[in-house]
Design a protein around this ligand. Structure first.
Ligand code: GLU
Length: 491
């Protein structure tokens, strides 16, 4: 029996377990589910899989909502939005599962297993690779009735075929076959009455009309078990899209499964590290999928149009922080100056405090083409808020032809110039400094270098002397120039 939705479109679901952390891998799964659905005008469902009560983390569901929202992955149905196929939280669906398991018992496809924990531990030691010896599979009915009457706790297990093999075709990994003898009789309902994850997941996917199951390839080996359940019920098996592993680069050049030791791996951590959600999503889209051409920059909307299941690869994808930096820089550069100023505002505030009064346009012009991640901003402009300690040796620069003999002369001239200046604009400052260099018959750099060092207190700065003067204002510029001049007198 097929359980398609009336519109015949694709239905996908993102089914996170609320662990409080959205790993890049989970986010990619969510993104691909979204894209598989949206590229067909289909439905994207959010389902919270919280049946593993021991793993529940307070506030974890909010992390999921927040991440999906920031990433722009708007679901069509879910716990917060409702929908015709709810509830969308597994713990609210608990009473739905048992009748399905009982149905299989009635049909002779599943059975009550009364084996004690101790017995199971003993048997599993004797069977190579662990497992269950199917002791209760063929108990006589009177025995079952007696045990039930006595209130002996039991689980419900599915009768797995003993011979033959189970095969399925994954849209990414191709044909996969397992020998049935390797599958032990799986538990559907536990002694506490809760469904197992494997069981709940199948019932949910079927009753929600999910057509495409997208998930990490660590689930490949469980898929035959899911399929035997679909078959037991006579339900249509969904399409499977298993996604390749995500690896991280190790220092020695090798790769291993992406983990915290490679860097930030949580969506929120990446955002906190100064990456734009749009850039993260764009990069993650390409971790395991490639378009027909070599295009790299896509908005989420554009991805929804061009995404195509056949572009998903089964080879492991490598999460490359340098590449993510490149994407982020591209996104920062592509903003309008107003967007950049707005996005960077919290970082300006971090460097300068509230109501800092620095000119946002000048800051933007100085930084937008320069920074790779947003949190480089505070460290890059910190010198504007506070003049760093520096050494007078910094004034010496071969290329600019400055040394400790000519710098005092240059600084005196700049101080005198600034004291008399009235046009404190970019062009005004620029033209005045250039004219001064001409008057003194020195290279522009011979004026600019010491002027910039005195104003910034560090050799590497975004922007040159002119921008820094402009940002600091005349008074602060003068104060710093004079401090620099004084430093030259020190021993
Ligand atoms: N709750 C599972 C997880 O978070 C989902 C697996 C699936 O998509 O079927 O890994």
């Amino acid at each position: 029996m097929a359980y398609k939705r009336p519109d015949g479109k694709r239905v996908t679901r993102f089914a996170p377990s609320p662990t409080g952390f959205m790993h890049v891998g989970n986010l990619r799964t969510a993104l691909y589910e979204y894209l598989v659905a949206k590229s067909d005008d289909g439905t994207f469902v959010l389902r919270i899989e919280d049946t593993d009560q021991e793993r529940l983390v307070e506030g974890a569901v909010d992390v999921i909502y927040q991440t999906m929202k920031t990433a722009g992955l708007q679901h069509d149905e879910g716990p917060d939005l409702g929908g015709e196929y709810g509830p969308y939280v597994q713990s609210e669906r608990l009473e739905m599962y048992r009748p399905y398991a009982e149905q299989l018992v009635r049909e002779g496809k599943a059975y009550y297993c009364f084996c004690s924990k101790e017995r199971l531990a003993e048997v599993s030691e004797q069977i190579p690779g662990g497992g269950y010896d199917r002791h209760c599979r063929d108990l006589p009915q009177e025995e079952i009735d007696r045990l039930l009457q006595e209130g002996v706790p039991y689980v419900i297990r599915q009768k797995m075929p003993i011979e033959g093999s189970t095969a399925f075709s994954d849209l990414v990994f191709g044909e996969i076959t397992v020998e049935n003898k390797e599958l032990s009789d799986q538990i559907l309902i536990k002694t506490d009455g809760y469904p197992t994850y494997n069981f709940a997941n199948v019932i949910d996917d079927h009753t929600m009309g999910v057509t495409h199951v997208v998930r990490g390839c660590e689930y490949l080996s469980s898929t035959p078990k899911y399929n035997l359940l679909y078959e037991a019920f006579g339900w249509e098996i969904p399409q499977y899209i298993h996604l390749p592993l995500i690896m991280g680069k190790n220092e020695d050049g090798s790769v291993s499964k992406l983990s915290k030791r490679h860097g930030a791996t949580g969506f929120e951590d990446l955002v906190a590290a100064g990456y734009l959600p749009e850039a993260i999503i764009n990069y993650i889209a390409l971790l395991g999928w490639a378009p027909q051409d070599n295009r790299e920059i896509f908005t989420l909307d554009e991805l929804s149009k061009v995404f195509d299941i056949s572009g998903i690869s089964k080879s492991p994808a490598v999460f490359d922080y340098d590449k993510l930096n490149w994407f982020n820089a591209e996104y920062l550069r592509a903003m309008t100056p107003e967007q950049f100023a707005q996005t960077a505002a919290p970082y300006f505030e971090q460097a300068f405090g509230k109501d800092h009064g620095f000119d946002l346009q000048v800051l933007t012009a100085m930084l937008q083409q320069r920074v790779t991640t947003l949190n480089q901003i505070p460290e890059t402009i910190g010198f504007l808020a506070q003049l760093p300690e520096y050494d007078k040796e910094l004034f010496i620069n071969k290329k600019s032809k400055t040394d400790l003999t000519n710098v005092p002369v240059m600084l005196d001239a700049v101080i005198e110039l600034v004291e008399g200046m009235t046009d404190w604009t970019h062009d005004g400052i620029h033209d005045a400094l250039i004219a001064l260099a001409q008057r003194l018959e020195v290279k522009n750099g011979t004026i600019m270098w010491p002027a910039r060092i005195a104003a910034a207190g560090q050799a590497v700065t975004p922007g040159g002397a002119v921008e820094i003067f402009e940002l600091l204002g005349r008074e602060e510029t003068l104060r710093r120039l004079k401090l620099g001049r004084k430093k030259l007198e020190e021993a």
